[in-house]
Design a protein around this ligand. Structure first.
Ligand SMILES: C[C@@](CO)(OP(=O)(O)O)[C@H](O)COP(=O)(O)OP(=O)(O)OC[C@H]1O[C@@H](n2ccc(N)nc2=O)[C@H](O)[C@@H]1O
Ligand SMILES: Nc1ncnc2c1ncn2[C@@H]1O[C@H](COP(=O)(O)OP(=O)(O)O)[C@@H](O)[C@H]1O
Length: 310
């Protein structure tokens, strides 16, 4: 009997993203506060009797996903995740992976990273390798800077490349509006634009530090204070590469969002609302203004990778 396991993992927004100077290895030291939001990638893994690895991808109906934007070859993060688990545990069988995407592709919301985290857990279960949480974390960290957070979920501070996590205390739920774009932004290209602007003297770079205003707003469950404290060092570079994102930020603030920010390396814009009802009103305004691709709403924090069936 083939063993089938389904796991879902969340996308994220960065409430703070402070970026230091580029390191020798090409990565940048980060201080970031991640919040997982209730938009999920769902990965189903079925162990095979032979050595083949297969992949199919479909998109949730509200995403208007262009399937061509997701690589189906060995560069797909879910396939890389399956290969990493097989290698780590000496598994010689193959796997069938099915991804149902609920997070915008190349949107700065870690959809590919969520696929990787979900695939690591699903494959480990399907092959019954008996991995500890620490081992799963280590495999995730090798796959990408954001992947461990998608495993853990909730709200967390990320240091180093963003993969050294510690939980952040929060109170209650926050209501987000996520405005996507048809064209994604490449994460390396946005970091490279940051490097260019620093080298050109257009921007200074400092040692990144945690913003206490973000942490105390989270602990108090104070959405207004959190909205005022949102910050992202990659927003300027993302706007330089995609200037129309300014219209999205302005439209969200016109609809009285408590704060609006480019999520991670963009181009998704995350706007913070006072309530679920306010989030729907902001979403309606963004849709009417025609500044976004899809406009989604989601609450955070949301749990990390979770086994749904298997
Ligand atoms: C910017 C952030 C903020 O959370 O998220 P996204 O916008 O991609 O969702 C992350 O740092 C992205 O994490 P992730 O997308 O997992 O990055 P990786 O695959 O490990 O790296 C892709 C590329 O991003 C750059 N990179 C990533 C992380 C980091 N601390 N410094 C970097 O310079 C490097 O150019 C690297 O080659
Ligand atoms: N399973 C996957 N889903 C989406 N994109 C993937 C996947 N695997 C690899 N990629 C590649 O990673 C890039 C960034 O993916 P994604 O995680 O969606 O965005 P971001 O890094 O901006 O949060 C995509 O443009 C795509 O080429």
């Amino acid at each position: 009997m083939p063993r089938t396991v389904t796991v879902r993992a969340p996308g994220k927004v960065n409430l703070q993203l402070a970026v230091g100077a580029r390191r020798e290895d090409g990565y940048h030291p980060l201080v970031t506060v991640f919040q997982a939001v209730a938009l999920y990638e769902t990965v189903t893994a079925t162990a095979r009797d032979d050595e083949r690895f297969t992949l199919t991808v479909s998109g949730a109906s509200n995403l208007a996903l262009d399937p061509d934007t997701v690589p189906l070859d060995e560069s797909n993060l879910a396939l890389r995740a399956a290969r990493a688990v097989a290698e780590r545990y000496g598994i010689s069988e193959g796997i069938d992976l099915q991804i149902l995407k609920g997070v915008p592709v190349a949107g700065g919301m870690a959809g590919g990273s969520a696929d990787a985290a979900a695939a690591v857990v699903a494959c480990a279960e399907a092959w019954d390798v008996g991995a500890s949480r620490e081992e799963l974390h280590r495999i995730c960290a090798e796959l990408g800077a954001d992947v461990p957070f998608c495993l853990h979920g909730h709200t967390a501070v990320g240091l180093g490349r963003g993969d050294e996590l510690s939980p952040a205390m929060t109170h209650g739920q926050f209501h987000w509006v996520l405005a996507t774009q048809a064209e994604g932004l490449s994460t390396p290209a946005v970091f490279a634009e940051l490097d260019r602007s620093i080298a050109a003297g257009e921007r200074t770079v400092a040692e990144p530090t945690i913003d206490d205003a973000v942490m105390s707003a989270l602990m108090a469950g104070d959405a207004k204070a959190l909205g005022a404290a949102l910050s992202n060092d990659l927003q300027g570079p993302a706007l330089a590469l995609a200037p129309h994102l300014r219209d999205v930020l302005d439209a969200a603030l016109d609809a009285d969002a408590l704060g609006a920010i480019v999520s991670g390396s963009g181009p998704t814009v995350a706007a913070l609302a006072r309530s679920r009802q306010h989030a729907l009103a902001i979403a309606a305004h963004l849709t009417a203004e025609g500044v976004a691709g899809a406009v989604l709403t989601a609450a955070g924090p949301a749990p990390g990778a979770t086994v749904l069936a298997g």
